[in-house]
Every structure is written in C-alpha cells, then in structure tokens.
Design a protein around this ligand. Structure first.
Ligand code: GRF
Length: 201
C-alpha cells in the first residue's frame, strides 16, 4: 500500500501509521501527509519522519475545484493508492473522491452509526456517549463516500466505558485504541483480508 495520510490537528493517528510502516509492522509506505492546517502538528511529524508533507488549503486555492485538483495531483505525483483520513476536518472534492473511489478510509471514535454525522467530532462524541449512559463505545474504520461518517463500515473495535469516566478519560482510552486499530485495519487491507476495489486510475 502507498498511503497518504490526511489530518487537520495533532496527528497522533498519522504518527501511529508512520511508525508502524517505518518499523515494518505495517506492509505499507506513507508517501505523503496532507493537511489543510499549516499549524497542524502532523506536518511537523511528517518532516521529522522524512515524509513529504503538503499544506493544501482554501487559502492557497480559494476555488474548491482547484483545491480538489491540487490534492489529486499531489496524490498522483506521490504514487498514492490509498487515502487514510485521520482527523481530517474537510470534505474531499468530487475529483479526488472519484479517482480514489473505494480506496479512502476514515477512523471515527464511536461505534457507527451511533454518534456519527455532522458536528460529531472530537470530544463531542465522547460527551454524547457519556450523556447517553452507554456502557461501551469504540472505534470504527469505514470507507468514505463524501458524506460525514456514512460510508460502509470496514471494521469496529469495542472500548469499554468505565464507571466514573470523564470525557477526558474516555477520549484518551478511545484514542489509544484508534492508534492500534488503524494500523491493524490497514494491515488487513495490505494483506488482502479486507478487499478494496483497484484504483481506477
Ligand atoms: C481522532 O479521534 C479521530 O477519530 C478523529 O479525530 C481524532 C484525530 O486525532 N476523527 P489525531 O489528530 O490523530 O491525534
């Protein structure tokens, strides 16, 4: 697998993927890190790892079509065949979605379809899980089809909600699971256990 990781914030999932690929625990190469946010820690992480990092945003490309094209051109130039979204807060454009149809994965910090959809990100997810009195939550890996958190589910991992959990303690437990589960799921894709359609070029 030749992966591009997209992230908007801290990039701890991106780091987990970078580390696993570098250590040979994941049969993949991270060919690019892309962020809409120039301040995102993920670009610094890419630099440290010697991976090309790209800041591609509506600041440089005010026209959505041009941004979409710039992202797609970058992916093609880096020979990417799988897009891994990890806390990427923007929607991909139609050209990129079409070129990578079926080969774009995302991670979400709940057991979708529970606690997904527009506005359900970051700590809001865990707040809602606690408010609903859930005894378990988890992590979902799914395909991206252009809507928020709506593509087909590839894999899920359950994480317990412990009595006395705060948003912070729950968020930390789920994020920790995300790191291993993202790598594990990418490994299953690399091994052909999860079958994705070929790149349509
Ligand atoms: C993760 O919780 C991910 O599920 C969500 O955004 C967060 C990203 O965290 N979509 P990080 O940037 O990988 O540290």
């Amino acid at each position: 697998l030749n992966i591009a990781v997209f992230a908007s914030h801290g990039g701890s999932n991106a780091q987990a993927i970078i580390d696993a690929a570098a250590a040979g625990r994941l049969d993949a190469a991270v060919k690019a890190v892309i962020s809409n946010n120039s301040q995102s820690g993920v670009l610094e992480r890419a630099k440290q790892a010697g991976i090309p990092g790209f800041h591609l945003s509506s600041k440089a490309y005010p026209e959505p079509k041009a941004l979409d094209r710039a992202i797609l051109d970058t992916l093609i130039a880096q020979d990417v065949n799988l897009i891994a979204l990890a806390g990427y807060m923007k929607k991909l454009g139609p050209q990129t979605l079409a070129a990578y149809a079926g080969r774009i994965v995302n991670i979400h910090p709940s057991l979708l379809p529970k606690f997904g959809g527009h506005g359900m990100y970051g700590h809001r997810v865990h707040e809602a899980v606690l408010a609903a009195g859930e005894t378990e939550t988890g992590v979902t890996m799914h395909l991206v089809d252009g809507e928020y958190d709506e593509g087909p589910v590839l894999a899920q991992s359950v994480v317990p909600v412990e009595p006395g959990d705060s948003v912070e303690t729950l968020a930390a437990r789920v994020l920790h699971r995300e790191h291993s589960f993202y790598v594990e799921t990418l490994g299953r894709i690399a091994a052909g256990e999860i079958v994705l359609p070929p790149l349509n070029g």
